[in-house]
Design a protein around this ligand. Sequence first.
Ligand code: ZN
Length: 194
Amino acid sequence: MHDLAAGVARFQRTVFPAKTPLFAELATTHRPTALFIGCSDARVVPELITQSEPGELFVIRTAGNIVPAYSPGSDGVAASIEYAVAMLKVSEIVVCGHSACGAMTALAEGHDLTGAPAVASWLRHADASMARASRTGESVANLVRANVSAQLANLATHPSVAAALAANTLTLRGWVYEIPTGAVEELDLAGHPA
Ligand code: ZN
């Protein structure tokens, strides 16, 4: 098992000293330019994939890179989106799905989730993803793409996002990351390869 404390010690010994000026600036500055919404999957690391430095990416990671559609009485995901768009004024949001996604596999293959009721409930936010995918067959890869486009549509229901899109100050992107090759496929907003 990876030793987290040893990792912290290595960070403090070798990584931090090499970036001292950056961390000094970041102590009082938080101006990310993009919001990255990805899966919680340990294999999908936003800063690694995009080669971003600390301070550059505002990140939300959820099971299945799912973004619930806006509803009054909001949650942590909604609050993070609003903060990134309305307060930090990011100019770009990426929703990034990935190959071999456990959440999308469970849906595509109809896994029994009675032992994981919170997961089952959360994945209901991908009902529209399932509906979109069923038009083209329900391979996991198809569902991953359909889910990215469904979550982009959900994203646009958040008032801060809707306002920024109307003002032309925000761009939405859909990506699919391939774990075995490192490829990133850009999708159009309908969920097809762009
Ligand atoms: Zn995943």
